[in-house]
Every structure is written in C-alpha cells, then in structure tokens.
Ligand binder design. Sequence first.
Ligand code: SAM
Ligand code: SF4
Length: 377
Amino acid sequence: MAFGVYVHWPFCAAKCPYCDFNSHVRAAIDEDGWADGIVSELQWTADNQTTRPVVETIFFGGGTPSLMSGKSVGRVLQKIAALWPMGNDVEITLEANPASADAARFADYRAAGVNRVSLGVQALNDTDLKKLGRLHDVAEAKAALAMGIANFERVSLDLIYARPDQTDAEWRSELKQALAFGTDHLSLYQLTIEPETPYALLHRNGQLKIPDEDLAAGLYETTQEMTEAAGLPAYEISNHARRGQESRHNLIYWRYGDYAGVGPGAHGRLHLNGQRSATAAIKLPERWRDRVAKTGHGFAELTAVSNDEAAREHLLMNLRLSEGLDLGAYEKRWGMGLDAAKIDALVEQGFLTQKDDRLTATPNGRLLLNRVIEALL
Ligand SMILES: C[S@@+](CC[C@H](N)C(=O)[O-])C[C@H]1O[C@@H](n2cnc3c(N)ncnc32)[C@H](O)[C@@H]1O
Ligand code: SF4
C-alpha cells in the first residue's frame, strides 16, 4: 500500500483573515527546537509500526513551511530516509507563500531533495490580495512563481475564487492568466467562510458580500470548463492537473492509503502496532512541543479505526476524485459491498453515475458529498 509522510509547519508571518488552518504567528521561532520535535515524532511513528513501508511521497504543509530554513527541511528529510526505505521517485512537496519565497532558500530546498513546490498565490489582482490580508502583491507572486519554475521540476499554484464581489468575467480573466503560466497543476479553492475567523465576523455583520449560491455554482462550472479546455481537468473537487501531474501525496489521502502526519495539528491514517489507526496531534505548537519532549510524540488522538469507519472514510475520500470508486476493490478490501438499490436511487437523483464497476460522484454529488455518503450507507 502507498505510504506518504506529512510534516506540518505551524507558523505564518501573518494570519490571513479567511484561514482556519493550524497556523500561528510568533515573534521568534526556535527553529531547531521545532525540528527536534518533528524528528522525535517521526522516530516514535516508525518505532510503533510493525512494518517498514516504502515512502512514496513527503509533503511539507502549513502554516508556511517556506519560513523553514533549508537546513531544517534537509534534517527532516534525512531523518525520514534513515527511518524508512525510500521509493525510486519520491515526490517531495513544500508549500510556499510568495511573501516568504527567497531564491537562496529555494535553492537550499532543492539541494535538500524537494522536487515540487505549491505556491499560495490566491488572487491575481492587488486590491483583492490586500482584502485577503496577503503580505505579497501580484508582482511578488509572479516572481515567486518564476523562482519556483527555475528550481523545481513541478510547480503548482493555489487560487481562491468566489471571493467578495468577484464576477464571472473577473474570474475568467484571472483563471486565463493562471493557465497561461504553464504550470501542470492548479489548486482552485472556492472561498469557504470558516467559523470563528475574521471573515466569518465580517460576513455575519454584512460587511463581506460573497457570491450567492447561483453565482458560486456558475464560477465552479467556469472553472471546470476552462481548466478542461486547457488540458488540466479536475481530478478532485478543487485540484486540476495535466495527466500524470496529479499530486501523488494527495492521491494517497483520496485513495485511502497510509500516511503518517507529524507536527502540531497534523493528522495521520496508518498502521500502528498492526492496527489501522487515526492520529491527530495537539494543535497549539507550544503544548505539542512540551508533550513531545515528555512522551516522544504529541498525538492527542491515537485511536484504532474500525472496519466500518475505515470503509466510510474510504468512500468519502474516493468519491472526491473524478476517477471515483472501484466497487469490486472496495468490497474486497472491507468485506462488504454497497447497496445496489441505494446506488440506483442516487444515480436517479443525479448525484452519482455508475459505469461497470466504477462509481463516481456528479459535480452536484461532489458538492453535497457528506449527504450522499449518508444516503449510501
Ligand atoms: C496552507 S495554505 C498554502 C501555503 C501558504 N500558507 C499560503 O497561504 O501561501 C493552503 C491553501 O488553502 C487555501 N485556503 C485557506 N483557507 C481557505 C478558505 N477559507 N477558503 C478557500 N481556500 C482556503 C489557500 O488557497 C491556501 O493557499
Ligand atoms: S492562508 Fe496560508 S499564510 Fe495565510 S494564515 Fe493560512 S496558512 Fe498562513
């Protein structure tokens, strides 16, 4: 089974008002101390596995991992290589914020082994970047992109759409520019108003006019059409790639493979002591570090995943993908199949399509995936 390692770097230079990722702003960061914690958690994870799976992907996410030094990234990568056998062609991604993209550091990441960078561009006009609380402008984002392309084999960029006051024409022109950059992967996220963020407060007070449901659905359709025409169709709800350039790390999540998650707030799904397990680390960095220092890991949640729960998660993950679910493989893996009558009803209602043994969610079904899963199980 495919195995990946996720490393969470929980710090950002500033908190964006829409974001509820586990990201924190600190005046000073004892980088070596945080890297020590990550190295300990990797060691604990490997010590508690009964097998040594081959690492196929590594992903530095955040937060803003592009605030890490090349030395820390290299140290973490060396530890992973010392603990597990590495695949021939390991995909090593690092998420970068254009505001902290630095040519010398990019070269250090590359020397350390990073071969893919995912850049948080978010918007391609300066007014909107300001509204999003970003610390960079479009020119800096483009410079970071050029630096990414110069240093890494593979580059992806993130954009957020359905932003306050955004029209379909504006999004079309922005997406056209993004497609013209020529990267083989784009993550295009519809803005979500996350509870307890400054955006949620503004939205509640009527100070943030986001596209209504119809416009948002139209923007989603525009996104599908334009990316498909450019040869980067959606392979997941928000992710688009040229064939073969999909994020192999994220495919491990969505195909329900095994992955270790280390660092504050990271999640993992992997076999520990012979059992499929869920891990979730303490979110607050300082509490996480204290716990790691005492016990070797900072997992607040460390539980066995039952067969039923795993089957449910597998379904939920697989139906996010345009390739969908292989019904035969699913039945074989979990010892139970899906109810044909329930599938037929959801096909009839336009939420699913079935072709031979492949079950896929329609665009409508993908938007209401949790409800589809409830109806299916
Ligand atoms: C961890 S960040 C990427 C790296 C870096 N922290 C940055 O922002 O440049 C992950 C991505 O999630 C997306 N994101 C975060 N909050 C979002 C929200 N509320 N709605 C839609 N997309 C969001 C952004 O596109 C962001 O680039
Ligand atoms: S969007 Fe990125 S930079 Fe902004 S707070 Fe979230 S993780 Fe940090």
